[in-house]
Every structure is written in structure tokens, then in C-alpha cells.
Ligand binder design. Structure first.
Ligand SMILES: C[N+](C)(C)CCCC[C@H](N)C(=O)O
Ligand SMILES: O=C(O)CCC(=O)C(=O)O
Length: 409
């Protein structure tokens, strides 16, 4: 059904685009055009168009929220007749009169922009500067006295890690600093923790290697939570006699290295879902049993950009391996080969930096991206810290990253 168009010769309705024809077909609006001479088309479902109408009837502008509860969205996304759709090339606009009489007006450019899954700062990996030991000589540091949310946010997003120096070497000062920056991400470990390798009454210990003095290899925390803690904070209040250093790895760098060197193994780690658990009590899990099922080691968005790495070899739950065929057994073996290859890249000293945390220096780590580990140590060592909400952090960071921030620094 060809719809009516108000053609004003000489105007192009979208810069560089030459409109050829518009028609409605199979509940969609089909717009054929030439873009710099190349024939192309847009097929916009009427239900999508009605859903993206920002008229006062359908959209609450003060809160940027839609008004429809979608109980009648398909039944109302109909037009009675072809002349109910008008393209006004003079104003680059599209007008639709719906079956219920409601009129929607769109700027063509806006619906084209909204019709695409736009890259924005939060899903465009250009905001990250991936690193290894050669490209990042030291963790970025900011003094507390000159700390701003903007510098904190930009560095933490860009490198995945930032140290704030000049903080009083107490848990109270550390907690206050964290609360001033980002809301805490609470877990059964508590909102804020003081932990060491010899627990005292006011220092709860959990059944985890963190409360010992052995080496812990590179890992992300909380793989056994569906809501992975987004940011990990550590402040070393009492350094060990020897050892107890922190090793950091940019797992996004390592995953991209795997993608380049072994694309098949990369795909396996993106597509194989594994589970992690945290068990406490006797029998194990009788007092705390946290489990996150069926999650990939490497998570990607629709652009293929890596958005999260879940890598904790130690907290993996039993890997379902009830293979009824040699083929599925072979798949299990391929998973382990891929996981091993990724682990080797993450454990390669060329891909890590080692730092010694000391009182006064608080480290903030993006737990979706940066692996942390600890070298074994001798003597008493006390740490404090917390998890911070990554969603709340990114909600404050994105305006700075997109240059739209109105927040006073
Ligand atoms: C709470 N605090 C950070 C001290 C220890 C939590 C244990 C972390 C656990 N090993 C994991 O990898 O998730
Ligand atoms: O003791 C440390 O430095 C870190 C311990 C650890 O890896 C953790 O708590 O996740």
C-alpha cells in the first residue's frame, strides 16, 4: 500500500538520502531511499513506531519514561488507510494517524538513530585502554586531596584500576572514602570488611583462602553471585612481614589476545556456560551456599565487545559432564583446553603488574574486568575493603565519559 507523501522538490528528507518510495507492508512501514547513490531500505514495524512515539499521550518527558503498559500496543499499532501515513520532506518528519485517532510525529533522523542498536559509552569498548605489563608501567594514582569523581571515574573505567593515596590507614577512613564515591554492594561478607590471616572477635573470618596466607592466583571475585560485585576495594592496614603483594591482570586484554591467537577457544569460553559456588559450614554449604549457574567465562554484547569476565578457577562448581556421546565428551575436553589456554595467558607475567599495597593507599578494581591475586606471605597481614555497586558507579561515570556531565566536580 503506497502511503501519501508530501513531496517538496529539492529537499532531501535526511541529509545525503534521496527518498524513493514509502509503503506499508506486513504491519511495517517500508522506506526505500538512496544513500549517497546506494539503494537501501528501512523496514519499521508499526508497533515499533507507536512504541517509540514521544507524544505527551505516550511518553512522560520529565522522567524519560514510556506511558504504555503494552497491554494494547499491538492492537493500537494499526492504521486505517494508507493516507494515515505522511512523510513531510520539508520538515524531515513522518506523521502517522493510528486506528484510535492518536497522531504520532517523528523526525526521520531520530527513528533511524533509535532504530539502530547504538553504540554508547557503556557498550563501546573504546572507553577501555587494555593493558599488559609493557603498556601499563604502574597503576594510575590520584591523591585524596585532589580527588574528583571525574578523575576517579575516567581512570577506573579506562584502566579498570585506580589507587587513591593519602587516605588515613584506618578502616573508618577507608569506609568513609568509599561511601563518598559509590554506594556499597552488600554481600553476606558484610558491607565493609576488615580481614586478616588471624581472625579476632571483631574480624569475622569466612571459609575462604582470602582469610589465610597462601598465594591466591589471578581471579575475579563473586563468580558465585548472579549479581557479580562490580568494584572491589582493598586497603592494606598492616602489611605482612614478607610477601602479600597484589598482582593485577587486565583480563579483557587477555581475552582479546585469546580471540586473536585462538578464535575457536575464545568462542568456546563465550558460549560454554559454567557454574560457580561458595560453600560454608559442615557439611559444606550447610551454613552458606551461594551458587551462580550457567554463566560464560567471557560475556559479550551485541557488538561482540567483551563486557564481563568471570574467571575464578578455584570457585568453580562441579562441571556438568554427563556425556552420553563421545561428541559431548569431546566438547568437555575442548572447554578445558580453552580454559587452560586462557588461564595461561592470564598467568603470564608479561600480562600482569605487581604492586605492594601499603597503608594510605586504597585500590579500586573493576571486578568485571581486572583479575587480582595475592602472593603468599609470612607474618600477620590485615586488609580492609568492600565491594561497590558497578551500576551506580557507571551511572555516575557515563556522563563524564560521554562529555555530558553537568555534575560539579
Ligand atoms: C570479602 N573478602 C573480599 C575479604 C573475601 C571474599 C572471598 C572472595 C572469594 N575468594 C572470591 O573470589 O569471590
Ligand atoms: O588478600 C588479598 O590481597 C586479596 C584476597 C582476595 O583475593 C580476595 O579477597 O578476593
Amino acid at each position: 500500500m503506497i502511503v501519501q507523501r508530501r513531496l517538496v522538490s529539492g529537499f532531501t528528507w535526511v541529509t545525503g538520502w534521496n527518498l524513493k518510495n514509502i509503503r506499508s507492508k506486513n504491519d511495517c512501514l517500508e522506506i526505500r531511499y538512496e544513500n549517497e547513490g546506494n539503494p537501501s531500505k528501512l523496514i519499521m514495524p508499526f508497533v515499533w513506531l507507536r512504541d517509540h512515539c514521544t507524544s505527551q499521550k505516550l511518553y512522560h518527558l520529565p522522567t524519560n519514561q514510556r506511558k504504555s503498559n503494552c497491554c494494547d500496543i499491538t492492537s493500537l499499532s494499526k492504521i486505517k488507510h494508507s493516507n494515515q501515513v505522511i512523510i513531510d520532506e520539508a520538515t524531515n518528519s513522518l506523521q502517522i494517524v493510528w486506528i484510535d485517532g492518536h497522531q504520532s510525529k517523528f523526525k526521520i533522523g531520530n527513528i533511524i538513530r533509535e532504530g539502530k542498536v547504538e553504540k554508547n559509552v557503556s557498550n563501546d569498548n573504546k572507553i577501555y585502554e587494555l593493558w599488559n605489563s609493557k603498556s601499563l608501567k604502574d597503576v594510575p594514582r590520584i591523591s585524596k586531596s585532589t580527588l574528583s569523581l571525574q578523575s576517579f571515574s575516567k581512570n577506573l573505567v579506562k584502566y579498570g584500576v585506580i589507587i587513591v593515596d593519602g587516605v588515613e590507614g584506618t578502616s573508618e577512613a577507608t569506609e568513609k572514602l568509599c561511601q563518598s564515591l559509590v554506594p556499597v554492594h552488600d554481600t553476606f561478607f558484610g558491607q565493609f570488611w576488615v580481614f586478616s590471616n588471624s581472625a579476632t572477635n571483631d574480624e569475622p573470618a569466612y571459609e575462604d583462602t582470602a582469610y589465610g596466607s597462601d598465594e591466591i592466583g589471578p581471579h575475579t571475585d563473586g563468580t558465585y553471585f548472579d549479581q557479580t560485585p562490580g568494584i572491589q576495594v582493598f586497603h592494606c592496614l598492616t602489611p605482612a612481614k614478607t610477601g602479600g603483594d597484589t598482582v593485577l591482570v587486565d583480563s579483557f586484554y587477555c581475552a582479546e589476545k585469546l580471540r586473536n591467537e585462538s578464535p575457536e577457544d575464545f568462542e568456546i569460553l563465550c558460549n560454554t556456560k559454567i557454574s560457580h559456588h561458595y560453600l560454608e559450614g559442615s557439611p559444606p554449604g550447610s551454613s552458606i551456599h551461594s551458587v551462580s549457574l550457567e554463566k560464560p567465562v567471557i560475556e559479550r554484547n551485541s557488538f561482540g565487545n567483551i563486557t564481563q569476565i568471570r574467571f575464578n578457577p578455584y570457585d568453580r562448581a562441579p562441571f556438568s559432564c554427563l556425556n552420553s556421546s563421545e561428541a559431548s565428551a569431546a566438547e568437555t575436553i575442548k572447554f578445558y583446553e580453552a580454559y587452560e589456554k586462557f588461564s595461561k595467558i592470564c598467568h603470564n607475567p608479561d600480562n600482569s603488574i605487581e604492586i605492594s599495597l601499603r597503608p594510605g593507599s586504597v585500590i579500586f578494581i573493576d571486578n568485571f574486568r581486572i583479575l587480582h591475586s595475592r602472593t603468599s606471605f609470612q607474618g600477620y597481614r590485615q586488609m580492609c575493603g568492600c565491594y561497590l555497586s558497578r551500576d551506580n558507579f557507571m551511572a555516575k561515570a557515563i556522563p563524564f565519559l560521554s562529555g555530558k556531565s553537568q555534575t560539579s566536580l
